[in-house]
Write a protein that binds this ligand. Sequence first.
Ligand code: CA
Length: 228
Amino acid sequence: MAKILIVEDEVKIARFVELELKYEGYEVEIANDGRTGLDKALHAGVDLVLLDIMLPGLSGIEVCRRIRLESQVPIIMLTAKDDITDKVAGLDMGADDYMTKPFAIEELLARIRVALGRHSKVVNEVKRDILEHGKLELNLSMHSAHYGDDELTLTKKEYELLEYLLKNKNIALTREQLLNNVWDYEYFGDTNVVDVYIRYLRQKIDDKYGVHIISTVRGVGYIIKDEK
Ligand code: CA
């Protein structure tokens, strides 16, 4: 379950929200001033921050600004009054949402769920840096290539060429385009190198698995295209 940090100097409010959150199954951390709040937001492994604006010492706005220098953790600001300046300042500093006190706990819980959901989606997009084509799969963060369950042993250039072809799937790429985007400048002009590396890739994938992944576009270059 997600861990939520409550940064709130009014002890009664902090306690009330803590009990409600725990009842919902969340883990809770509490900070009663801005500095402790900032420290816990960055170092206590929290998934969301409820941040009061009116805090002694470091204001909520300043805490928000400093969190955002280092972290994208979702932040919901809590404003004591219906002060539009505070809300705008909080959102400007990168807060995800705000609530005006006094608030209904159900509404706070709903906004927490939204902020957590939105965040996990972003995380998934970042993690999902995988290029696929049939059974062929490149994992860009791992810099690995698989065909089905087999890990492919590709050289750095073979991998980069395959990555470029997959990123531009269904587009016919000229040898010059491939050379300029995959190779260092010293190869410029010698497009034979592209044909050589395409042959290596075909040996390691197409020939080995009896498939046809990299197609030649006569008079142009190469393409990986989805089957119709
Ligand atoms: Ca306060």
